[in-house]
Design a protein around this ligand. Sequence first.
Ligand SMILES: [Cu+2]
Length: 230
Amino acid sequence: MRPSFRSLLAAATIAACASGLVTATALATPLGLLEPSGSSASSTSTHAGHASGTATPTTRPVTAVTSSTEGEEQYRQVSAVFSPNGAIARTYDVRVVPNGSKVAVTSSSGNRETVVTLEVSGLLPNHSYGAHAHTKPCGVTGTDAGPHFQYEQDPTQPSTDPRYANDENEIWLDLTTDAKGVGVASTDVSWEFPANRRAHSIVLHEHHTATTQGTAGTAGGRLACVTVNF
Ligand SMILES: [Cu+2]
């Protein structure tokens, strides 16, 4: 049996701590998502160099980008706040992904398995969103994130063939928020990101993901994006 994702995260935390890759405050709140604003003012991490830290301590968003490796296992954690001009997490439609809503992504990839968890808060209550890993980092527009990451690449792009555009060959993280606008999704696929070809973002979409021939993988417009250098 493989270890649980939680224990993998704990192992990552220990490994990262031992190698000094991330700050202790970031480790104390690995996702940082459910922390009240301002309570983790020092959680901005340093390792990956993507964290923004220009706000004053009292208004600093819950932002952390951490990256670590233990053996063949690669760990990623990103916590960020969506804003229209966000460096890490960007909303393209504040009506459905409001300015100030939060996102956290954790990933472990290695030993022929990848587990990714997406957590959001501050979104519309009782609302369905699509979400997937995309090939490029977030940009000024939703299209900048490129197509979905596919482990086995469909020779026909854009890919709407369910043999390739499915939740075992791609990272799908569709979720439905609760009455408070909080949502969680997790996926577990039986491959690891190739060293030279990895996903670089999670995109939130208008609705859950279609699975039928000709529309497989589509989930409507791109509402928001968080850069995760898997
Ligand atoms: Cu997508």
